[in-house]
Design a protein around this ligand. Structure first.
Ligand code: PLP
Length: 449
């Protein structure tokens, strides 16, 4: 294996001296110096290789260093590396066309951003201007990004330090049967009660004050809670009844992750706005955007849209999107993700749940699965308390350390590990990762009652 510990030490020293990392206490982190990556794997400078069950932050849907996409980026760099947003450019036009052809319904206009949070910011701006209403509803147990509107919409503890009185945001409970906020016992009850709760919230807030409902089609970081059949269609109906814009955030769920181009397809629902980023070009170059319905786009036909970004539709990012979408099409990546869920990852994690007392529930679809770890399967007490840190989080930290030691890089959030590898990971690689997860779960089992 590749090894160059001296360079690794220098990379780490400069990082520790000068890089200020996201979401971290700067003095308490120990970032692994990474030397390279390919496909579903990456490696450090000390000769260790890791199978990446995180896809970075769930964005390398086609794996690392796909040669076709790398070549397309190189070609675009040589041809026209950058240009201002007000011009019509080949890479941008083509990316917009390919995305619009894949988004559901009449979401045929694409506003490009640099990432997911900016996509959410602009979706909210579009909805407020289109309706002339101030408020936005979003779910607890959600993540929508770290900029102002996006972090206020977020329904997990990452919002708390940045909450600006939630700035026109009202949170509600979305369905999650395993930890039902409505004390439901069946998916039908959970769906009906969640819809009633959402409608009650709107009625008591004043429907004429609500611009948008923003939901992740399948909530990602918050726990991959696949909505019960009929829930999203019910939200669509409520939006139509009250003239509210329906925004689906597909930053994580989009571009093949759930086994369809967009998760909305899987639930047969068409939003008015759809946000995307991550998988659009597997994060090879920063890119995100909002797909906009005909009706909302028409609002801005003669009235200027008051928002923009210097790098909106950057040619390098758009060329990467064009190449990524073609690769996904040519190599059947979306179908592969669906098959992984049905034949490999789904059965694999269900089998883990049978054997490990620490596994309370597994859920997901495509290449998008959550394994929820508990102390006690009967009471469903989480393996670590909500938002645990330090000593309280020790069982999860020990589980993650066991994964890493065995060569598996796990996605860990609160009391969950997510199985979110590249959507084009081979069956054999996925099985290898599940076997490593199996071994590491013995560490979590030690903390059960
Ligand atoms: N929305 C969802 C559903 C996400 O998962 C994320 C990031 O994880 C975002 C928005 C924010 O995207 P970004 O980090 O690119 O700003």
């Amino acid at each position: 294996p590749f090894a160059d510990p001296e360079t690794g030490a220098a990379v780490k020293a400069a990082d520790r001296a000068h890089v200020f990392h996201s979401w971290s206490a700067q003095g308490l982190i120990d970032p692994l110096p990474v030397a390279g990556a390919e496909g579903a794997y990456f490696w450090d400078y000390d000769g260790n290789r890791y199978l990446d069950f995180t896809s970075g932050l769930v964005f390398t849907n086609i794996g690392y260093q796909h040669p076709v996409v790398v070549a397309a980026i190189q070609e675009q760099a040589a041809k026209l590396v950058t240009f201002a947003p007000a011009f019509a450019l080949e890479a941008r036009s083509e990316a917009a066309r390919l995305i619009a052809e894949r988004t559901p319904g009449d979401l045929d206009k694409i506003f490009f951003t640099n990432g997911g949070a900016e996509a959410v910011e602009n979706a909210v701006r579009l909805a407020r201007l289109h309706t002339g209403r101030p408020k936005v509803l979003s779910a607890y147990r959600s993540y929508h990004g770290a900029t102002s509107a996006a972090i206020n919409l977020t329904g997990d503890p990452r919002r708390w330090p940045s909450d600006s009185g939630s700035a026109g945001v009202v949170h509600f409970w979305a369905p999650f049967l395993y930890r039902s906020p409505f004390h439901s016992e069946t998916e039908e009850q959970e769906r009906d009660r969640a819809l009633q709760h959402l409608e009650d919230t709107i009625v008591f807030e004043g429907p004429q004050t609500v611009a948008a409902i923003v939901l992740e089609t399948v909530p990602g970081t918050a726990g991959i809670m696949v909505p019960p059949p009929g829930y999203l269609a019910g939200v669509r109906e409520i939006c139509d009844r009250y003239g509210i814009v329906f925004v689906l955030d597909e930053v994580m769920a989009g571009f093949g992750r759930t086994g369809s181009w967009f998760a909305a397809e899987r639930f047969d629902v068409i939003p008015d706005l759809l946000t995307f980023a991550k998988g659009v070009n597997s994060g090879y170059v920063p890119l995100g955007g909002v797909a906009i319905s005909e009706e909302i786009a028409a609002t801005f036909a003669t009235r200027p849209y008051p928002g923009g970004l210097t790098y909106s539709g950057h040619p390098l990012a758009c060329a990467a999107a064009v190449a990524t979408i073609r690769v996904m099409e040519d190599e059947g990546v979306v179908e592969h993700a669906a098959a992984l869920g049905e034949k490999v990852i789904g059965p694999g994690v269900r089998e883990l749940a049978e054997r490990h007392p620490s596994v309370g529930e597994v859920r997901g679809l495509g290449a998008f699965w959550a394994v929820e770890l508990v102390r006690d399967r009967e009471t469903r007490e989480p393996l670590v308390p909500y938002n645990a840190a330090g000593e309280a989080n020790a069982p999860m930290a020990a589980f993650a350390a066991a994964c890493k030691k065995s060569g598996l890089w796990p996605f860990v959030n609160m009391n969950r590990t997510h199985v979110v590898p590249a959507c084009n990971i081979t069956e054999a690689e996925a099985k290898e990762g599940l076997a490593l997860l199996d071994a590491a779960l013995a560490v979590a089992d030690e903390h059960t009652r």
